[in-house]
Design a protein around this ligand. Structure first.
Ligand code: ADP
Ligand code: MG
Length: 260
């Protein structure tokens, strides 16, 4: 084994918990993603009672890994961990720069990631307060974001729409547009990466995730992102069998933009 990986594994053992679940999957996640800062962050979160035992991977993405953790009361939480090594700093800087909430000029990558995680936390909080169906944010610390776990009581995570087609596509799409209307008009945010990859199918009702890149509506690129988002879901849901036209979608979203 790569000595660095061996060391990371050793530190996981030392820092996180003696009671840690030693499943094969968990070990794989542990050795791939835990750099020192991440370990220390998880350790702090464990010490403060936010998590007790890590319980395997939900998703291994390009920039972030999502894990499942168990709390002392046996309930689940989702832990999203951003990786310094593979993050797209140019994108992060671009999105953060036009956002009046983040008046920060920094070339420090670690700090940029922390701001990015904070941005996802604040976006989620704002959406949650506007009663948009999103996971409830719990806490952001360094490169880690703790969220309400979306899944069943056994700990099986809800699937993304891409992998689990809704039973009634138009009904689901209509519900999604109700959620998006609140997203845009109540929370005043634009998602920016909306697709069937970032919508969970929770018992045939849509739940929107992955809002780190979401921007405020007066951000210079907000309209461009909104048009892209609408076109994306229009095409994707059409493929799934939806009968909604672009005009219907715009009406349901109460927006007035030229989209062709
Ligand atoms: N709160 C959550 N509960 C359950 N599963 C989640 C939760 N958040 C994310 N996931 C899972 O993790 C995957 C990646 O999360 P996402 O926020 O889209 O990150 P990214 O796409 O940047 O890797 C999702 O596709 C979903 O399967
Ligand atoms: Mg995603």
């Amino acid at each position: 084994m790569d000595p660095k990986i061996a060391k990371a594994d050793e530190e996981v053992q030392k820092l996180i918990s003696k009671k840690r679940n030693k499943s094969v999957e968990d070990r794989r996640v542990g050795s791939e993603i835990f750099d020192k800062q991440t370990l220390e962050t998880l350790y702090k979160l464990a010490n403060q009672g936010y998590i007790n035992v890590l319980n395997g991977a939900i998703s291994t993405g390009k920039e972030a890994n999502v894990l499942k953790a168990v709390k002392k009361d046996d309930s689940f939480v989702a832990v999203k961990l951003y990786r310094i090594a593979t993050s797209d700093f140019k994108k992060m800087q671009y999105y953060i720069q036009g956002d009046p909430r983040f008046n920060i000029k920094s070339n420090n990558k670690r700090q940029l990631i922390n701001n990015w995680v904070n941005k996802e936390f604040r976006n989620l909080s704002r959406l949650y307060e506007a009663k948009v169906n999103v996971p409830k944010p719990i806490i952001a610390l360094n490169n880690s974001l703790l969220l309400e776990f979306i899944g069943d009581s056994e700990g099986n995570p809800a699937q993304i729409v891409k992998n689990q087609k809704p039973e009634n596509v138009d009904e689901f799409f209509n519900d999604l547009l109700i959620e998006l209307n609140k997203f845009i008009n109540d929370a005043n945010l634009i998602h920016g990466d909306l697709s069937t990859f970032n919508i969970l199918n929770k018992d045939n009702y849509p739940l929107i995730i992955d809002v780190s890149q979401s921007v405020v509506r007066d951000h210079p690129i907000a309209d461009e992102l909104l048009i892209r988002d609408i076109k994306n879901i229009y095409h994707e849901f059409k493929k799934l069998g939806s009968s909604f036209s672009l005009d219907t979608i715009k009406n349901k979203l109460d927006i007035d933009l030229d989209i062709d």
